[in-house]
Ligand binder design. Structure first.
Ligand code: MG
Length: 160
């Protein structure tokens, strides 16, 4: 039986570090605050993979109190989630991501992000979607305090 998972993440903006999002460094003059590299796209995708497997969540596996994950490249978390899936004989079918942010302008980054996610997930880019929305100026996202990401991942049994 295929299994679907949903992941959500949000991080505050900060001017004290570069923006890392979707496995890419974006040159936009500000970044995301967090214990690891704060890559909200990879965190949401990681939680979607873990969620499809019935958990645990990313915070349980990689607590932000653990100094090992300080400034960590978040692809480590995604790779670990994919390894757990592989051990359960599950592979990613497709991945659908929505980034909600007023800034930075994401349209030039959607395709590179899609390719990078496909590479990390070990699937063809045609099975990955990266979409960008603003929040129409509403609420904390609208005020430019940070960004949010929603991701869905479908897992299915690996065929030999
Ligand atoms: Mg996070």
């Amino acid at each position: 039986m295929p299994r679907v998972g949903i992941g959500y993440d949000s991080h505050r903006f900060t001017t004290s570090r570069p923006m890392v999002l979707g496995g890419l460094q974006l040159d936009c003059g500000f970044g995301l605050a967090g214990h690891s590299d704060a890559d909200a796209v990879l965190h949401a995708v990681t939680d979607a993979v873990l969620g499809a497997m019935g958990g645990p969540d990313i915070g349980e596996l990689f607590p932000d109190t653990d100094p090992r994950w300080k400034d960590a490249d978040s692809s480590v978390f995604l790779r670990a989630a994919l390894e757990r899936a592989a051990q359960a004989n599950l592979a990613v079918v497709n991945c659908d991501v929505t980034v909600i942010a007023e800034q930075p302008k994401l349209s030039p980054h959607k395709q590179p992000m899609r390719r990078r996610l496909a590479e990390l997930l070990g699937i063809d880019p045609s099975r990955v979607s990266v979409k960008a929305k603003t929040n129409e100026g509403m609420g904390w996202i609208g005020r430019g305090e940070g960004l949010a990401v929603i991701a869905a991942v479908l897992l299915d049994e690996r065929t030999a």
